[in-house]
Design a protein around this ligand. Structure first.
Ligand code: SF4
Length: 148
């Protein structure tokens, strides 16, 4: 590959693409995940998200991209998560609660602020999304840090 030379246009890397429920759930990541590749990919994405916004997308995102439960046609087939239809309901709930939609750019710190301030959203989220989630135990300390 040719090294960039002075005057070459620098094409910026696209922003990390996140689906709705990941805006909330990734706040609580503690290094655990579905596979080594998944954790590595997610760690890299979260590192970028410390300094730049995510682009909100519908359906599979850059986190799903390294997930063993993503089918070849781009759908979530996780039994534990309930599959693509259930996941899309959670995406919609998160987007509605956060007041954002596909195409918007959102910083994880902005999401954190909403979660710290909006008790109604958190109560709804925890009863609908966290109830029965296999990762709920991982998130407990994170909710406490947010005062929830
Ligand atoms: S379980 Fe489903 S929604 Fe979650 S990262 Fe994997 S493919 Fe995406």
């Amino acid at each position: 590959m040719k090294a960039p030379a002075a005057g070459d246009a620098v094409v910026p890397e696209p922003l990390v693409r996140l689906r709705g429920h990941h805006l909330i759930c990734l706040q609580f990541f503690r290094g655990e995940g579905y596979s080594e590749d998944f954790v590595e990919n997610l760690t890299a994405a979260l590192s970028r998200l410390e300094n730049e916004p995510a682009t909100v997308v519908e359906g599979a995102d850059d986190v799903c991209a390294a997930c063993p439960s993503l089918s070849a046609d781009g759908l979530c087939v996780s039994d534990e998560a309930g599959g693509e239809d259930e996941i899309r309901l959670l995406d919609a709930l998160a987007l509605e609660g956060l007041g954002v939609g596909p195409g918007d750019e959102v910083r994880m710190t902005e999401v954190r602020t909403v979660l710290a301030e909006d008790g109604k959203l958190v109560a709804r989220w925890r009863s609908v999304a966290c109830e029965g989630c296999e990762w709920a135990r991982v998130c407990e300390s994170g909710w406490e840090r947010l005062g929830r």
